[in-house]
Structures are given as C-alpha cells and as structure tokens.
Design a protein. Structure first.
Length: 282
C-alpha cells in the first residue's frame, strides 16, 4: 500500500478537530527526525521513512526492544504507536523518556515509518484505550465520560462482578500479571457500575467525575503513590473510591491489539508487538 494513502486514511479516521497533544515540548532534540506536521500538531506521521507499507506493527510505546525487533527483521513497514516516547519508571523518574536517535537512523535505513496517535486513540471509539480495556474485562459500556485534550477518554460501564476483589482478579487474568487494588471504599461495587480510564487515569479531575456519576470503583493503569499522586490518593480515601491499577502499558495494550483489526480491514498484514509492563506503575 502506498504510505501516503495509509497516512491520510488514519488521519481522517482518528484525528478529529479540537484534539491536542504536547510531545514536541519534551523532545526538541528529535525534531530533525520528525515530520513538520508532527512538530506542529503532535500527532500523526512522526517519521516519514518509506513510500510503500508492506506490513504494519503496533505497539504501546516505541521502546528499544520494539524498535530493534523491527530493525532486525523488516523493511518497508510502518510502526503504529500510542505514545511518541517510552514509559518506564525504572529508567526515568518522570516515566517518559525519548527514543534513541541512532535507532531512528536505523529505521530510516530500513524504510520503516512511525505513526503516533495519543489523544486521538484515547478519544472514544471502538478502538479507544478505555473502550478496549473495558471489553477485555467484559464490562458493558453505558456511556463515555471524562473530557481530555479535546476528546472523551473514559467510559462508564456495567460489570457482572459484585465486588472489587472479583473485578481485580478479572483484571489480573486479562493482563497476565498481578494488579493493585487500593480499597478505599466498600467491597461491593455500587449498582455494578464502574469507571474505566486506561493509562494515567488516577487523577483528581477524573475522580470528581467518578463521584458525580455515583460510582465507587475506578479501573486505570498508573496508581503508584508518589509526590504527584499523593493528593489524589488522599482524595480517594476521603471520598471512599476504590482504585484498581494494572500498569500504563497493560491497561492500554488492548487498543493497540485492536488496531491490528483496523489495518487488516485495509488489506494490510498487521501484528502487535508485545513489550514488558512496568510493575512499578502500581
């Protein structure tokens, strides 16, 4: 498939008016590798390195392992990522750190482009991060909620589970590793309704909307207690809101897995590249 046709198709399907992001503020040294449009909008085609896309690969983060797998095995391909930077609290105290320029050079040599949509993939759709996480947990959607960067990033849904402990067990089974429960409220899930906000949803502005919707349980990704999040945890404890965390990576990987179906419908071979969750997130 012609790369330019693929880029236009994804742009039209996901990048809606009003959405915003801010990657470039944190990676000025990588500007020489990036497309002007990405520098200006922080979304869409990041690195334009091929004219033809024979294979598409999806990943949550453009980690060293992900990039090296592509460099070692493929050419004339596109890497679709949810984030333009890599997340790992074991390597960076702020979580995110930037791609290695030497690997971007090698991607150029192998004709492998990078395409990134963060807020557009968080924005509610059948492929969005919170909707696909809810699907993986057998949560039936009631409505989207939480205004975020010009879109709507979370969902309210109905679960068949009666208690937060049962729901946590289902979450752990779905992601394939232990999850973390902060049981600040009652064990019983009120009216079987839960809030789902994948990634970094443990924030006071999210909890306020959870409370407004008479919900006592939030499912998200990053939940560790830190200087940044201590006020949120105190607020949740005060308001008796249960929080279940499953890491940044694992809570958002289902969207990137689902995107393989999107690319397959376009007639492209598509594969999700597994990576390692940072368990420190919880």
């Amino acid at each position: 498939m012609l790369a330019k046709d693929l880029y236009i198709k994804i742009d039209n399907d996901f990048i809606k008016p009003g959405l915003s992001d801010d990657w470039i503020d944190y990676m000025p040294e990588l500007k020489p590798y990036f497309c002007d449009n990405f520098i200006n909008t922080n979304m869409g085609l990041v690195c334009d390195y091929t004219e033809t896309v024979n294979n598409v690969f999806t990943a949550v983060f453009p980690s060293e392992d992900v990039l090296n797998k592509l460099i070692d095995n493929y050419k004339n391909a596109m890497l679709f990522v949810h984030h333009a930077s890599i997340w790992n609290l074991n390597k960076s105290p702020v979580g995110f750190y930037n791609m290695n320029p030497s690997l971007l050079e090698k991607l150029r040599e192998k004709y492998i482009s990078i395409y990134c949509i963060h807020s557009p993939l968080d924005n509610f759709s059948e492929y969005s991060t919170s909707k696909t996480l809810a699907d993986a947990l057998d949560i039936e959607m009631v409505k989207p909620f939480i205004d975020y960067r010009g879109g709507v990033c979370g969902i309210i849904g109905k679960t068949k589970y009666e208690t937060v402990n049962e729901l946590q067990l289902k979450y752990s089974e779905a992601v394939g590793h232990d999850t973390k429960l902060y049981q600040y409220g009652g064990k019983k899930i009120l009216d079987n309704k839960v809030a789902v906000c994948a990634g970094g949803g443990n924030d006071i502005f999210v909890i306020n909307e959870v409370i407004e919707n008479n919900i006592n349980t939030l499912i998200t990704g990053v939940t560790l207690k830190s200087d940044y999040s201590v006020a949120t945890h105190e607020f949740e404890q005060e308001k008796q809101i249960n929080v279940i965390g499953g890491t940044h990576y694992s809570s958002e990987k289902f969207a990137c897995i689902a995107m393989c179906k999107y690319f397959s419908k376009l007639g492209l071979s598509a594969e999700f590249i597994e990576d390692e969750p940072c368990l420190k997130d919880m």
